[in-house]
Ligand binder design. Sequence first.
Ligand SMILES: *Cc1c(COP(=O)(O)O)cnc(C)c1O
Length: 429
Amino acid sequence: MVERLNDIKQRARKVMPGGVSSPVRALNSVDGDPLFIEKSYETTLVDVEGQQYIDYCMSFGPLILGHSDQRVIKAVEKQIKNGLTYGTSSRIEVELAEKIIELHPSTDWIRFVNSGTEAVMSAIRLARGYTNRRYIVKFEGTYHGHADSMLVKAGSGLATIGLSSSAGVPSSVSSETLVLPLGDSDKLKALFEKFGEDIAAVIIEGVPANNGLLVQSSTFMHEIQSHCKEYGSMFILDEVITGFRIGLAGATGYYNLYPDIVTFGKIIGGGFPVGAYGGRADLMSYIAPLGPVYQAGTLSGNPVAMSAGLTTLEILSDQNGNVYRELDKKSEDYAKALDSIFADNSIQAGVVSLASILWIVFQENRTIFKPEQLGIDAQDKYKVFHKKLLKQGVYLPPSPFEVSFLSTAHSSKILNWTLDKISEVVTNL
Ligand SMILES: *Cc1c(COP(=O)(O)O)cnc(C)c1O
């Protein structure tokens, strides 16, 4: 049996870089090996050898209803019988667009794409096309997908011209991205004073959750918005994770913001590759075929993906937000229980959480606003923790900088079982 997993690992490494389709799946950050999963349901992943894991990564966010929610599967099956792709408009994409616009503030119109990366890439093009300006401002430690202009990290000092954090991104591209530290009001203000007239857009995650959970103050979020307004720059709120995760109104509602453009992904695809960007009608009318900003997609608005997304949002918006109240309460209790386990075992660790997003941090200082505040020692401890839990059948996100996601499928029975496993593991960390 053991051979089977190893066989597949080896075959994978012969045909795919690192044996994976996305780097973090290699589990390099936790000194592990890729998982090869053959089946999933509710909170369970089953690998090629039948080994089961309780999942706290949840495909990095989309699976707010758990794996293979039967209502979503049923909707998908129904759609599949009617066709996989039409290359035309369809009723189901109109319905998903209407649903997102109804539930999420500040979007009049939506354009569907196939990933969060595409949504961000297109939002940036739209911002530049609309403002006729060159610079995009992003923040250190935020992730907006892998488009060239977003794979940029900061140099030192005030918004130095961006240095790429990936090979293959020409300096002519990265130099158009300005990078600021998160939460630094003074630098933000100074940057606008210096470059404001040339800033097409500022982009920030609804709540930065790709480099730990770096919850920003409402004041800072509103400062970004007001500088953008003052200088006529577009405020892009990247809600690919936070959209329909921290409530129906996402971070837009949480902070009471009115971004010019919002990007979506993950949850709105219900487990399929979907992204979307939306905004004010006057702005969105710059997009082809109405306007000069070109953006297209062979499979965009794919009816199968739309049916999964629509069913997911229908379930989430049912019962007056009760789904979120229950999920958030369960997550809060779980985070508290984890904190107690760490405290009882005199381990310097705790959980930073917001709604059903949880970040486990192995150090005393957990009021973290910037990724570099997570020490090497904390990262090493997470590696050990991850490895030990994996052996016990618990799959945590495979990097000390990745957050855990809870879903409606995480029952109290499953959560308590997990807490027992964690109690066992921490006694000999
Ligand atoms: C996941 C993510 C993206 C990229 O989405 P993909 O579907 O992986 O391309 C962009 N922005 C944020 C905030 C994300 O979390």
